[in-house]
Design a protein around this ligand. Structure first.
Ligand SMILES: NC(=O)c1ccc[n+]([C@@H]2O[C@H](COP(=O)([O-])OP(=O)(O)OC[C@H]3O[C@@H](n4cnc5c(N)ncnc54)[C@H](OP(=O)(O)O)[C@@H]3O)[C@@H](O)[C@H]2O)c1
Length: 199
């Protein structure tokens, strides 16, 4: 698969690197040519601009702050776009902007799938994404079955399991859940202990 990644920061590094390592063609499109080229060399990708990344291939991972995601994406009718952004107010752990993924879809015309936003970047950097003998589940919300299939394949190719979590209208719950979990985690709580099994 060909994956364009606007952004050249931590998530572009971690997920772009995983996908490149899994045999996908990745284009790192940061706004700094130097940083994009350095990261592309590191992860075995090619470098370009954010616009190049949006136009490249089968899927786009928006690895930029939520506040600029719509501007970076622009008009992208029919494109498969992975929104991993978290619009969290530091310290208060509430949402700065609600419905980021849904509004992205409305503004761009893209087939937006909210996914890969729940785990910290360092999780995506781990050598293995299996925990306690089970592959990591990646919750994803989207309206297009075809786009969900593409993003599901991106999850599977990193050794994860796609978890279909409903239509894009539910992405705001995934955004809120992430903000809530980050607040618990920063506050020292054991987030994993909050969702026990019933059996
Ligand atoms: N870090 C995490 O643990 C984590 C986990 C899940 C999801 N996320 C989400 O993933 C996204 C990326 O996070 P990150 O950790 O990779 O952040 P990061 O390391 O700060 O990287 C952000 C990237 O966005 C670029 N950028 C910022 N403003 C831009 C603009 N106006 N136009 C084009 N590019 C712009 C930056 O470019 P410059 O290098 O030129 O500044 C940088 O390459 C965020 O939405 C974040 O909420 C993060």
């Amino acid at each position: 698969m060909r994956i364009g990644v606007p952004g050249s920061g931590g998530m572009a590094d971690a997920l772009g690197g995983r996908w490149s390592g899994a045999g996908h063609e990745v284009l790192i499109g940061g706004r700094s040519r130097e940083r994009s080229e350095a990261l592309a060399t590191k992860v075995g990708a090619v470098a370009g601009t954010p616009e190049d990344a949006v136009a490249f291939g089968d899927a786009v991972l928006l690895a930029v702050p939520a506040a600029v995601a719509a501007e970076v994406l622009g008009q992208a009718p029919g494109r498969v776009v992975v929104d991993c952004t978290n619009s969290v107010v530091p310290g208060r752990f509430v949402l700065d902007e609600p419905r980021v993924a849904a509004r992205l879809a409305e503004a761009s015309g893209a087939h937006v799938v909210k996914a890969f936003n729940l785990c910290h970047v360092d999780v995506w950097r781990r050598p293995s994404l299996a925990f306690e003998g089970r592959p990591l589940g990646v919750p994803m919300c989207g309206d297009s079955a075809d786009a969900l299939e593409v993003v599901g394949e991106l999850a599977r190719s990193t050794g994860c399991v796609p978890v279909h979590a409903g239509l894009l209208e539910r992405a705001e719950l995934l955004e809120a859940t992430t903000a809530f979990a980050i607040g618990l985690w920063i506050g020292g709580a054991d987030v994993r202990a909050v969702f026990p099994t019933t059996v």
